[in-house]
Write a protein that binds this ligand. Structure first.
Ligand SMILES: [Zn+2]
Length: 310
């Protein structure tokens, strides 16, 4: 029997009951998503839908919550087992497939944490979430774990992932129908759209994943005294010195919050956006906040995503 006393004293009884009723979907339970699942389970979330078609390889062990006992097993089953070891009462539905053929599962989720690193998969999830008005939290880890970002996409309020990526994924355009991506001038793109890059250490990946989990938890706790106010829709985390704002180096272990606005001309969210097209909708944060013009750069002017889905 799991003793939640200490968590409950922090969050409050009502917040704990609320968490127990919420279902968190996690698509991609690799180095980032696996951590997100376990962190949320240890914070009081009890219902999960885990989707990942991958099996745990020996090289995953240094970058995953699951250890060598799970080599050769599906990642979703390994992560389910780890959740149940912490909380035997948890209900964990797992699917060892790609999400694309099982999008109806999104209907069962209260929130989605995206743990895949292929931009193509993120774009397709974006459209599916917009259709369903499902809030999604996306995370990306930069090459060699030098930093990362987490964004909350609230359908009908602010940008969709495509609007957002147009601002913060320079070079990562919507994949062409044939899967090619001529604009990408660094790294090697695998057929699934993910980047082959030098992997970051797990401790750098986990800093981003932990932020993602924390933001998911906060959205679940909306309306309770445990809810915290976050100043914008995107947080950019530096693990190494990063030039996030032009001319300003963000030191290691610090972060910058930025609000990326919806692009009124976005072809993806335009058709799903609330019918308020007459007066282009802006959230209060956007109206109050600085115009979002963010340029994430490493010192050598290259930014690329590291895989969090491995
Ligand atoms: Zn959009």
């Amino acid at each position: 029997m799991t003793d939640w006393n200490r968590v409950e004293r922090l969050l409050g009884h009502d917040a704990m009951s609320l968490l127990a009723r919420k279902t968190v979907g996690i698509v991609g339970v690799g180095s980032g998503g696996g951590y997100v699942a376990l962190a949320l389970a240890m914070s009081g979330v009890q219902r999960f839908i885990l989707v990942d078609d991958d099996v745990l390889d020996p090289q995953n062990i240094v970058r995953h919550v699951a250890d060598s006992r799970y080599i050769g097993k599906p990642k979703v089953e390994a992560v389910r087992d780890l959740i149940l070891q912490r909380n035997p009462q948890a209900e964990v539905f797992v699917l060892q497939e790609r999400i694309e053929g099982h999008l109806h599962l999104l209907d069962q989720m209260d929130i989605l944490a995206v743990g895949v690193d292929g931009e193509g998969a993120k774009f397709s999830l974006n459209e599916s979430c917009l259709k369903r008005h499902l809030v999604a939290v996306y995370a990306g880890v930069y090459e060699r774990g030098e930093g990362g970002d987490v964004v909350v996409i609230q359908p009908g309020d602010g940008p969709c992932y495509a609007c957002w990526a147009a601002e913060l994924r320079e070079g990562y355009v919507t994949p062409a129908p044939d899967g090619s991506d001529a604009d990408l001038d660094y790294g090697q793109r695998r057929p699934d759209g993910a980047i082959d890059a030098e992997p970051g250490l797990w401790l750098d990946v986990v800093r981003v994943a932990n932020t993602q989990a924390n933001i998911v938890l906060n959205i679940l706790l909306e309306g309770t005294p445990a809810e915290r106010h976050f100043p914008a829709n995107t947080v950019l985390l530096a693990n190494q010195p990063l030039e996030i704002r032009e001319g300003h180096i963000t030191p290691p272990f610090s972060a910058e919050w930025v609000n990326i606005p919806r692009n009124p001309k976005c072809l993806v969210c335009g058709s799903y956006h609330m019918a308020a097209t007459a007066t282009e909708e802006m959230s209060l944060d956007q109206l109050l906040g600085e115009p979002a013009r963010v340029d994430v750069r490493k010192t050598n002017n290259k930014l690329s995503l590291d895989g969090i889905d491995e």
